[in-house]
Design a protein around this ligand. Structure first.
Ligand code: I6G
Length: 673
């Protein structure tokens, strides 16, 4: 390889990067497609002949990676938070006033206003200007590594242009599918007799979730950058507007509609203007975002729970359409809750065809004066379940009928109880009611519970309807023949499900407690119970007072827990499961056994943490070997105290226990990285 040839490779890459930018970012190509293809082929030929010139940021590397078997997890260096919502101009004004009050400064606040794209939030990591990793938002703390797929998006630079970027730079933004691309993709899928996408957001999500990046490469995706996340070694501007400008100067695409506005008035004007032009935009938006421009002011304002105080998303009202309520039926949930559901004349709204809408409970039915036969206004905003907003009484036909709560459960004929003052009616049948039992089994095997891969709702229904499972325990006696002969199952799927059932026997105490489906005991409460007691028999025997000293458990939840374990049938179910081989590792590790750095240490977390959820901190501490409990005692080694810590902090101070604030906590975590 001569230095001449190396120079040629560099020059070709440079030209292709530049033409890519002209085409995808600036929408202003300066050469023809044929000329671009020629340059691309010239480069590819040299790279194939001289593999030693390989570089991840070569324009030839956008496509061609091998399909993945799964996505790896990526931990975000700084959590990707969500935004608070406003649904009216008044709410935006209240937000603006709240900020001025908090800042104790009544001057007009400058905001950066931008359309809120209906796509997927992603994080891009650049090192020395080269794209090295891309991840989905995921749950905000960890996402999925979608680097291969992101590389195929033409408008995302593999290499930043210009100068002055930090050595490590994380850019955040929204990947979306422009409407024209969405339409042609669906036309193409329909022509090939394939399933089409219901809306551009689903199309963008489906395209990014491909394990084979060659498929992603054929999808018309685009991205607008909207924020800088983590940076290392390098200075960045001190406000949002300049940050976006500098990102654009490095070759990243920034929405051309962004505007610097003043005060709530400026926000309202922006919202109205975009609202008028919304249908003419080349992409779907579901609202607008306002962010305080000055980073110093942002810092002063900080965060509340999982959202920045200095930003808000004002959503457009959900699309509403009219249709007829053909009937109202009653569904029985896992805990016996009876939910009225409207069966609708199918109607297209919010990007999907809707034929059912929840009516929540009988109070709602009465409040909205819903009758069978009514013309109803139905709405669906984003991912929200469709609902009946109201009925049009003027259009009520003469034969319309009121909705009546049945006296008996439509599934098991047990009495339906409606506790005075409670909106929810419940079937009193418990696990005698096959609907409750079926839903409980679905819950038992679900992802956050025993996590039996491949045993989804549909398969549970099939197994239940074929009387192959009648309780939790039957799952562990299923055999290959039983499963393989079911519709849509075969030899291979049956083998996989049986393996997953076997694997699920090794679980955790927290998952097991959650799986039992005790009323009001969600994932977080189950974890708290497991961490506090460390042993199932202790939970079974716990008194109301003991239960109430667990984090986040109040008298109602404590009562549900006590009642659950008082019921002999439930104890029997637990014993059967343990006999079937369900087990978990003991939580309290004997001293010196684990070799983990915080082994034997007892931690308590209190107050509001800005950067991590409590459950995440707890998980991290436990992964380092610590025990995390809910109350401070002389046995506590460290109290992690977030903002507004109360009595636990006072007690820890009194007992002279080590106290870490959030920064000290991160420093400690880093020492174990
Ligand atoms: O500017 C933004 C647009 C969309 C955002 C954002 C967003 O979520 C979909 N989320 C956050 C947390 C921030 N800006 C800061």
């Amino acid at each position: 390889m001569t230095s001449e040839l190396l120079k040629r490779v560099e020059a070709l890459r440079q030209q292709l990067h530049q033409h890519n930018h002209q085409y995808y970012v600036l929408d202003d190509p300066v050469i023809s497609d044929a000329e671009y293809d020629q340059l691309f082929r010239d480069l590819l030929k040299i790279e194939q002949e001289y593999p030693e010139v390989f570089s991840v940021d070569s324009p030839t590397q956008r496509v061609g990676a091998k399909p993945l078997s799964q996505f790896n997890r990526v931990e975000h260096k700084i959590p990707m938070l969500s935004l608070g919502n406003a649904f009216s101009e008044d709410e935006v004004s209240v937000f603006d006033k709240r900020l001025r009050d908090r800042l104790k400064d009544d001057s007009i606040i400058e905001y950066v206003a931008e359309p809120k794209l209906d796509g997927l939030a992603v994080s891009l990591m650049y090192e020395k200007g080269v794209l090295v990793q891309a991840a989905t938002r995921g749950d905000g703390a960890t996402g999925e590594d979608i680097t291969q797929n992101i590389r195929t998006v033409g408008s995302i630079p593999l290499k930043l242009t210009g100068k002055g970027f930090p050595e490590r730079l994380e850019v955040r933004g929204e990947v979306f599918m422009p409407l024209a691309g969405f339409k042609s993709l669906n036309d193409q899928l329909a022509a090939e007799d394939q399933k089409t996408f219901v809306n551009p957001r689903n199309a963008a999500a489906g395209s990014l979730r491909q394990l084979d990046s060659k498929i992603t490469a054929q999808r018309p995706l685009d991205m607008y950058s909207y924020a800088v996340g983590f940076t290392e070694n390098g200075a960045m501007p001190t406000n949002q507007w300049d940050s976006l400008e500098i990102l654009a100067s490095w070759g990243l695409k920034v929405c051309p509609e962004i505007k610097l506005v003043k005060g709530d008035r400026g926000c309202h004007e922006f919202y109205r203007d975009i609202g008028v032009r919304r249908s003419a935009l080349a992409y779907e938006i579901d609202g607008v975002v306002f962010k305080v421009n000055d980073f110093q002011v942002q810092e002063q304002l900080g965060f509340v729970s999982r959202a920045p105080r200095w930003a808000i998303a004002q959503k457009f009202p959900a699309e509403e359409v009219q249709t007829v309520i053909n009937d109202v039926e009653f569904q029985v949930g896992r805990t016996g809750a009876i939910t009225p559901v409207a069966r609708l004349e199918p109607v297209f709204v919010g990007g999907v065809t809707v034929s059912n809408a929840t009516l929540h409970n009988m109070d709602e039915v009465e409040r909205k004066d819903i009758h069978i036969g009514d013309v109803a206004v139905v709405r669906r905003a984003g991912d929200v379940i469709p609902e009946v907003a109201r009925v049009i009484v003027d259009k009520r036909p003469a034969d319309a009928r009121p909705v009546v709560l049945p006296e008996k459960c439509p599934i098991c004929s047990s009495e339906i109880e409606r506790v005075e003052g409670e909106a929810i009616a419940r079937c009193s049948g418990g696990l005698y009611c096959s609907a409750q039992l079926k839903e409980s089994i679905k819950h038992f095997v679900s992802r956050k519970a025993l996590d039996i891969d491949g045993l989804g709702d549909k398969l549970v229904e099939q197994l239940f309807d074929a009387a192959l499972i009648k309780n939790f325990d039957d799952i562990f006696s299923l055999n290959h023949k039983d499963i393989a002969r079911l519709e849509r199952m075969g030899d291979k799927s049956a083998t996989n499900v049986l393996q997953a059932i076997e694997d699920s026997k090794n679980t955790t105490l927290a998952r097991f407690i959650y799986a039992l489906g005790i009323r009001e005991v969600g994932e977080a409460t189950a974890k708290n119970l497991a961490n506090y007691f460390g042993d199932l028999t202790l939970i079974e025997k716990a008194s109301l007072e003991q239960l109430e000293s667990v984090d986040d458990i109040g008298p109602i939840v404590a009562e549900h827990v006590v009642r659950f374990f008082k019921e002999p049938h439930n104890i029997q179910v637990i014993e059967q499961l343990l006999d079937s081989g369900v087990k978990w590792a003991p939580l309290l590790v004997a001293e010196g056994e684990s070799g983990l750095p915080l082994e034997g240490q007892v931690y308590v977390i209190t107050g509001t943490l800005k950067e991590m959820k409590r459950s995440e901190v707890k998980e991290k501490l436990e992964s380092l070997g610590a025990k995390v409990t809910g109350s401070v005692s002389s046995k506590t080694n460290v109290l992690i105290a977030g903002e507004n810590a109360g009595s636990k902090l006072t007690k820890a101070e009194k007992l002279k226990i080590n106290i870490f604030d959030e920064n000290q906590m991160f420093e400690m975590f880093h020492t174990f990285d």
